[in-house]
Design a protein around this ligand. Structure first.
Ligand code: SAM
Length: 367
């Protein structure tokens, strides 16, 4: 259940809610507004949309509900700022990626039980304070599967699940119902969060910040929302060493993939029309699915064509996928006063029989 007040991500004033009870568009649930601010934020399918820039979905909400909006908030307008660099492309490519996968039981290569083990034991070290946390911010929740996992792990917390992609709006009401109101879906950018600073007991940001224009700026934007006394953060990003630091034949293969993805496909596909992206990914997915992915791996019986498409979209279509060195990321967490635990490589590799990738740090504020 929502126990945190939303603030306007542009003017920082506290927002009020007005519910819509019309029969024109049953998905239009209401809107957030404030007396001291001109901006109005739609709630569609029970999901508040706190983008600071206009999108098709928010603009058509304004057209549908203009009379009511003006009655409640005279002069209320759709947020009119610009997206951060590259955000429009990131939003489009990830909306396609998650909408096509939808509510599948596999998120990337993990089942729900895998994800519980991975998050709770490998990444959060079975920390005894987990059940004491009352609110958690899940940044970049995708379609919401990750938020559902966090709601099982942080058993006494409300999980605020935010993402820039619009599939989170589609997941909205269903996510609230499935989680018994423990997950609150929100469409927003991590650079413009609708929350006051120091709000959260825990912030979970896994595989997200490296897809923004600057991983370090993204880290700074989210880490200031961690409670200064008892708060914690889990931060996972791509590691430079995984692709550039590997010796031998394997290293050469990984560097070749890096070149193909970063120098060739990402720049073209992230900017291409949706249909070109869909055609290219489909063309790659057909041979890849039948020759490689369907034959391999622990979960091959559950693995479907749409999982292959999802994986390929993730590998080749987001505009940014920065890689970082361990010391660089450790430095960011240290500078903002976190004591850190590193992801449990040995436990991961024993359980999943695959190489552990990325930089995964669990940082705790020291009281
Ligand atoms: C690779 S997915 C990871 C999703 C999820 N954490 C998981 O592992 O299942 C990266 C997610 O980050 C989101 N994202 C990228 N930039 C963002 C931003 N500025 N604000 C919020 N979410 C963002 C994308 O929309 C996408 O859903």
């Amino acid at each position: 259940m929502n126990n945190i007040a939303y603030i306007c991500p542009i003017t920082k004033v506290k927002l009020d809610y007005h519910a819509i009870s019309n029969k024109i568009n049953l998905d239009d649930s209401g809107f957030y507004y404030a007396d001291k601010s001109p901006y109005v934020y739609p709630v569609i399918n029970q999901t508040p949309i706190f983008f600071v820039f206009p999108t098709k979905i928010t603009q058509s909400f304004f057209v549908r509900n203009s009379e009511l909006i003006q009655k409640i908030k005279k002069g209320g307008i759709c947020p009119d700022k610009s997206p951060e660099k590259g955000e429009a492309s990131v939003q489009t490519t990830f909306t396609e990626q998650w909408t096509n996968l939808g509510d599948d039981e596999l998120s990337f290569t993990y089942t729900h039980d895998d994800l519980i083990y991975l998050h709770k034991s490998v990444w959060l070290h079975d920390d005894p304070t987990i059940t004491k946390k009352i609110n958690v911010l899940n940044i970049g929740c995708g379609f919401g599967l990750e938020a559902m996992v966090l709601s099982d792990i942080f058993s006494n917390a409300t999980i605020y699940a935010i993402d820039l992609n619009l599939s989170v709006v589609k997941a909205g009401k269903n996510l609230i119902e499935k989680s018994g109101s423990k997950v609150i879906p929100i469409a927003a950018s991590l650079f413009h969060l609708p929350f006051g600073e120091d709000t959260f007991c825990h912030i979970h940001c896994q595989g997200v910040a490296h897809h923004t224009y600057s991983t370090q700026d993204a880290y700074k934007a989210i880490s200031r929302h961690v409670n200064p006394k008892l708060g914690s953060i889990f931060f996972w990003v791509y590691a430079w060493e995984d692709s550039m630091g590997m010796p031998g034949f394997r290293g050469a293969l990984i560097r070749m993939y890096w070149f193909l993805s970063h120098r060739l496909l990402r720049p073209i596909l992230s900017r291409a029309p949706s249909s070109v992206r869909a055609f290219t990914i489909f063309t790659m997915a057909v041979p890849y699915h039948f020759l490689v992915s369907k034959r391999r791996g622990r979960l091959r019986d559950k693995w479907k064509f749409k999982n292959t498409m999802h994986g390929l979209r993730d590998m080749f279509t987001p505009q940014y996928a920065h890689q970082h060195r361990w010391n660089e990321v450790i430095g960011w967490l240290q500078e903002s006063g976190f004591e850190m635990q590193v992801q449990k490589k040995h436990d991961f590799e024993k359980k999943f029989s695959q190489r552990m990738l990325g930089i995964g740090l669990f940082g705790k504020r020291v009281a």
